[in-house]
Design a protein around this ligand. Structure first.
Ligand SMILES: Cc1cc2ncn([C@H]3O[C@H](COP(=O)(O)O)[C@@H](O)[C@H]3O)c2cc1C
Ligand SMILES: O=C(O)c1cccnc1
Length: 351
């Protein structure tokens, strides 16, 4: 680990238990049966613990789309060509992708980071923090060097800190990278202990032969690189991705600054598993969003220990599920801020 990474991990502290208890008790004074707002109540308690504030203001929201390419695409693991990563970055910059539409509606900004796209991206608005022009094919050796993995983690930490400095008070994870469900499945199988077969799914929509190629590529990647399952950084550098490392760094950076980070789909969850491996406390700063249609996502969330609030059969990534969850998080806080208490409204409590 680098000094910066170590310091960031060290800065991640337990949640503010006193504030959590205050909000938990306050929820019970509001004009509703105890616990009747279910998961919204849990979220309001969690964000109070994260921020140390009873009703945090999430006026400035951002979704960070980390973009990077994957050498493992040479094994025929995606239904789409690699160049789509770069083309989608232009689409994000022009406001035409699904994440742009959903973020506009949610009042969130989309920050696109080129952390490892295979070609040059020159378009205003995209943050170019390129570590490398795509990862190496992990079937032949490590996806990246340890130095590159650390550099990509640090890019994520930097992005989180720059956004927080700029007044963003809640972040969502997002990504774009053709082939990244294969890298994510490799991480998931290694860090959750499920079989490679269980960890793999259709991604962008490969057929049965494509699924077999994904399984085969991951098995060869594990065989060739022998990642240490007890060392999340080793797993990340050997079979991970640059955008996955960037998301991991973003999560750590948010947690170190007591800012909630909403975890999107399968790829973001793989990054979150790496974050948990590097800094177990970081999980408390993660807010679950949706459970995607990628078959191993639910199990990964369970092992990570975060609960999804939406199940929309989405399987896109980009941050789409996370941004939809912004509404619910804001609703959860608003309830605490605006609801009347039994006393203030003159409503009788139960007999
Ligand atoms: C047009 C397009 C837009 C996307 N936006 C997100 N993804 C999603 O699909 C990719 C992962 O799937 P696989 O591992 O099968 O390549 C990632 O880029 C992910 O963000 C997209 C995929 C495509 C084709
Ligand atoms: O679950 C996801 O986030 C996902 C699934 C397939 C492709 N891209 C993303």
């Amino acid at each position: 680990m680098s000094k910066r990474l170590e310091e960031t991990v060290k800065a991640i502290k337990p949640l503010d238990k006193v504030m959590m208890e205050e909000v938990r008790k306050y929820q019970d004074t509001l004009t509703k049966p105890t616990g009747s707002l279910g998961r919204l109540e849990e979220i309001s308690i969690q964000v109070a613990g994260i921020t140390g504030k009873k009703t945090p203001d999430f006026g400035k929201k951002a979704v960070v789309v980390m973009a990077g390419d994957h050498g493992v695409v040479a094994e025929g693991v995606s239904a789409f060509p690699q160049v789509v990563t770069q083309q989608m970055v232009y689409n994000f910059a022009n406001g035409g992708a699904a994440i742009n539409v959903l973020a506009r509606q949610a009042g969130a900004e989309v920050k696109v980071v080129d952390i490892g796209v295979a070609g040059d991206v020159e378009v205003p608005g995209v943050w170019v923090r390129k570590v490398k022009y795509g990862t190496n094919n992990f079937c032949q050796g490590p996806a990246m060097s340890k130095e590159e993995a650390i550099q990509a983690l640090e890019v994520g930490i930097d992005v989180a800190e720059e956004l927080i400095e700029d007044g963003f008070s809640i972040l969502a994870t997002g990504e774009m990278g053709i082939g990244n469900t294969t890298a994510s499945s490799a991480i998931v199988s290694l860090l959750t202990g499920c079989t490679v077969e269980e960890a793999v799914g259709p991604g962008t929509g490969v057929d049965n032969e494509g699924i077999k190629r994904k399984i085969n590529a991951i098995k060869r990647g594990i065989e060739v690189n022998k990642p240490d399952v007890n060392d999340a950084l080793d797993v990340l550098m050997k079979v991970g991705g640059l955008e996955i490392a960037g998301i991991t760094g973003l999560i750590l950076g948010a947690a170190a600054n007591r800012v909630p980070v909403v975890i999107d789909g399968f790829i973001s969850t793989a990054a979150a598993l790496v974050a948990k491996g590097l800094a177990p406390e970081s999980v408390n700063y993660m807010i679950g969003s949706h459970c995607s249609a990628e078959p191993a996502h639910r199990r990964s969330l369970e092992i990570l220990g975060i609960k999804p609030v939406l199940d929309l059969k989405m399987r896109l990534g980009e941050g789409t599920g996370a941004v939809l969850t912004f509404y619910l998080i804001e609703s959860a806080v608003r309830i605490v801020k605006e609801m009347a208490t039994f006393e203030s409204a003159g409503v009788a409590t139960k007999e």
